[in-house]
Write a protein that binds this ligand. Structure first.
Ligand code: TYM
Length: 332
């Protein structure tokens, strides 16, 4: 069986990094795999969220995923908190994962920053919940951006440790699918920082909700260096902002970075940015328009999530039962 699981947090709307690093691949992979996609609201509350905003963002992100082409009929789209198997399995994995493993997680260190003692315990065990998300469905493949690679290695460690501790062959070892030329999209203001929802500057990212004129303005103002574009990818090695824009261009037109360098060799950034703007708008404007249409029909979006949760529950139920039996819990 080849089954995909992946998730996205409903903390604000989706940006180009989410789209190129993950969502676009989610859509393509639907042709080959059974796909389960999830809006991970339980992960979102590892940092404080306003309840009304969380509810709105969960719907908005679900609408964005549908607008981007996630097929909730052949696959499943739901929000995490509606399927209790995630929390149940996460507890069991809290008892499998070692402190030493979690201490190595770079994302926790980045997110907790200097205020480690003040971070929620949920933020610390966040990767255990991710493992539960995936393994509740015994998913085999997980399409993500580069930043999630370490969490997926932890998921493999948990699966292996569970199987070995109980002498079973219950959980598969998941394969990360980190695909395309934009697996780590960087901020438009600083090529050494990841494009992120939490960046205080909205000009650092392109949101899937941005209208075309705003996309154009953000790309025009994106930081670059004074040199023209190089003819080969080697020429981008020490130019993070240039490398980022070329990577975005390549991902948007399904070309390689080498192809894009060949095409724009010697061009000034003003010319390149115009071509990039045109490409980004051509790809994103239809998604934004469809998303707006869906936001006017929230009853439909809700019904998709409810139907998805129902189907997710029935896939996760036998796995939860199997795990309860393995660890020695009494049958319900
Ligand atoms: P999240 O919500 O931060 O991001 C969702 C997806 O977008 C990718 N991504 C990026 N890719 C390229 N460049 C960027 N700048 C960029 N920013 C984000 C992420 O890699 C991710 O694939 N913990 C996860 C959500 C999650 C999950 C899971 C994923 C929960 N359970 C189980 C896979 C499987 C997260 O916070 O993603």
């Amino acid at each position: 069986m080849r089954r995909i699981f992946s998730g996205v947090q409903p903390t604000g709307n989706l940006h180009l990094g989410n789209y190129l690093g993950a969502i676009r691949n989610w859509v393509t992979l639907q042709a080959e795999y059974e796909c389960i996609y999830c809006v991970v609201d339980m992960h979102a509350i590892t940092a404080a969220q306003d309840p009304a905003e969380l509810r709105a963002s969960t719907r908005e992100v679900a609408a964005s995923l549908l607008a981007a082409g996630v097929d909730a009929k052949t696959g499943i789209l739901f929000n995490q908190s509606q399927v209790s198997a995630h929390a149940e399995l996460a507890w069991i994995f809290n008892c499998i994962a070692r402190l030493g493993w979690l201490n190595r997680m770079t994302q926790f260190k980045e997110k907790a920053g200097k205020h480690r003692e003040n971070a929620s315990v949920g933020l610390y065990v966040y990767p255990n919940l991710m493992a539960a998300d995936i393994l509740a469905y015994k998913a085999t493949h997980v399409p993500v951006g580069e930043d999630q690679k370490q969490h997926l290695e932890l998921c493999r460690d948990i699966a292996q440790a569970f199987n070995s501790q109980y002498g079973v062959d219950c959980f598969p070892l998941v394969e990360p699918l980190i695909l395309g030329e934009a697996t780590r999209v960087m901020s438009l203001r600083d090529g050494t920082e990841k494009m992120s929802k939490s960046d205080p500057s909205d000009h650092a990212r392109i949101n899937l909700t941005d209208p075309p004129d705003l996309i154009a303005r953000k790309i025009r103002r994106a930081r670059t260096d004074p040199d023209p574009l190089p003819g080969t990818p080697d020429g981008l090695a020490t130019r993070p902002e240039a490398a980022n824009l070329v990577g975005i261009f390549a991902a948007l037109c399904d070309a390689s970075v080498a192809d894009v360098c060949r095409r724009f060799e010697g061009a000034q950034f003003s010319t390149f940015k115009e071509a990039l703007t045109e490409l980004a708008i051509a790809e994103l404007a239809p998604i934004t328009a469809e998303m707006q249409r869906l936001m006017d029909d929230l009853a439909y979006v809700e019904s998709v999530l409810q139907d998805g949760a129902e189907r997710a529950r029935s896939l996760a139920r036998p796995v939860t039962r199997e795990v309860q039996e393995i660890v020695g819990f009494l049958a319900a």
